[in-house]
Design a protein around this ligand. Structure first.
Ligand SMILES: [Zn+2]
Length: 409
């Protein structure tokens, strides 16, 4: 277990925060610091064909140790951390034999990680938790995933009695800014399918995510002296208000759950002369997703009729539900499920209310469900990970490799 802790800490103490305002890949040059270390480490544990390209995408191979041909499986995680919270100077704290009470993260600042607010903590009584010191995020998202994959490969290399086919490993930059899969060379990776190790709580197994689009509405108004405005002024702010009022009031993030979709107005900037409105559309169901987009078009044309074409609407699709691509090969989910059960984990299968690198990869031809990496409270100072969950994730990876070989031989 100390081995896992040491490896994890060696990753999270390297700042790899990504930056959505940069157009470079990786978006921040500091991501190279961990990328280069990972390349060396993959070589050290005995992986073969370890490569890193000009965009810092890392790939490596664990060759098959059986004669029979079985499908090649990939494991993928990302080594950047979220721009939402600082990752400079991460000082992990280790809480051994967690007693189920409040954890004082930072005495000076009075920052407490409490099960009365984060009741998931109580799942891990008696376990070893790694937390922050209350001033940074931890980076278990997704350095827990990286730790698990490297350690599982090392384990398989040290235990040649465990039979497996060819395994591919991929580590990407910039997942947190939605670009992790963008430059992933699926053909070069050459796996029949893969799993991202990037979920949260132990047991999570996900192969459904949102269909996602973003919309930008620009309204052109006419500013006139208010005393002489009758019949002349066009107030772009009020038209934006009207646009919002025509959206379904119950279909917003704060009132929906499970597979319920929504419109989320997240930005408005306006004057009488010109106002812009930005919103996102999310729905697991592709038909409802398309309907949401056409509903927006309908609102736009209604207001354009009322206010002489003052409004323009631009909608861009962002990603799609991977379910469409995974369902035809559902055995890859069954395999992960079976692996979890055989190492004593109850699978928690639920739709993701977001996207993953796996959804993009699935549409790029690499079906890619998501498996838990173990951490909680991502993207902030309350982030923590139980070491036992990382240990279990390692066992799941090993078991998937083993089952794939025995099932197919
Ligand atoms: Zn992640």
């Amino acid at each position: 277990m100390q081995h896992i802790i040491d490896r994890f800490i060696s990753y999270v103490t390297i700042d790899t925060q990504s930056d959505s305002t940069s157009n470079a890949t990786p978006s921040t040059s500091k991501q190279w610091n961990l990328a280069k270390k990972l390349v060396e480490e993959l070589k050290e544990v005995g992986m073969e064909n370890v490569t890193i390209d000009e965009n810092a995408y890392i790939m490596a191979t664990l060759p098959s140790n059986i004669e029979k041909q079985v499908p090649t499986i990939g494991f993928i995680s990302h080594f950047d951390t979220s721009p939402d919270f600082t990752a400079t100077n991460v000082k992990p704290q280790i809480v051994r034999n967690y007693n189920g009470e409040d954890i004082l993260l930072n005495k000076e600042k009075g920052i407490v990680l409490s099960p009365s607010y984060f009741d998931d903590l109580l799942l891990y009584e008696g376990q070893t938790l790694i937390t922050t010191d209350g001033t940074t995020l931890l980076g278990a998202d997704d350095k827990a995933g990286v730790t698990e994959i490297v350690t599982a490969m090392e384990y398989l290399i040290n235990h040649p009695e465990i039979k497996h086919g060819k395994i591919r490993v991929g580590f990407t930059p910039d997942e947190e800014i939605g670009r992790g899969a963008h430059k992933f060379d699926v053909a070069e990776f050459g796996a029949d399918w893969a799993y991202t190790m990037d979920g949260s709580q132990i047991g999570e197994l996900e192969y459904e995510n949102f269909n996602a689009a973003e919309a930008k509405i620009t309204i052109q108004g006419k500013s006139v002296h208010p005393g002489y405005a009758k019949g002349k002024m066009v107030n772009a702010i009020l038209i934006a208000h009207e646009f919002i009022s025509l959206l379904p009031t119950e279909e917003v993030p704060q009132k929906t759950t499970g597979r319920e979709g929504f419109f989320h107005v997240h930005h408005i900037h306006g004057e009488i002369e010109s106002t812009t409105l930005e919103l996102i559309i999310r729905d697991h169901d592709r038909k409802l997703f398309e309907k949401r987009k056409s509903d927006l078009q309908a609102i736009a044309s209604k207001l354009n009729t009322l206010y002489s074409d003052c409004l323009s609407l631009e909608i861009n699709d962002q990603y799609y539900n991977m379910k469409e691509k995974v369902e035809p090969v559902l055995h890859i989910v069954e395999l992960a499920k079976e692996a979890m059960l055989s190492v004593g984990i109850a699978p928690i299968i639920k739709p993701i209310r977001g996207g993953t690198d796996g959804s993009q990869l699935s549409y790029m031809g690499l079906p890619c469900p998501n498996i838990f990496a173990g951490g909680h409270n991502f993207h902030g100072k309350y982030e923590y990970v139980p070491v036992e969950s990382m240990q279990k994730a390692i066992e799941v990876i090993v078991k998937i490799c083993e089952l794939n070989a025995t099932k197919n031989s």
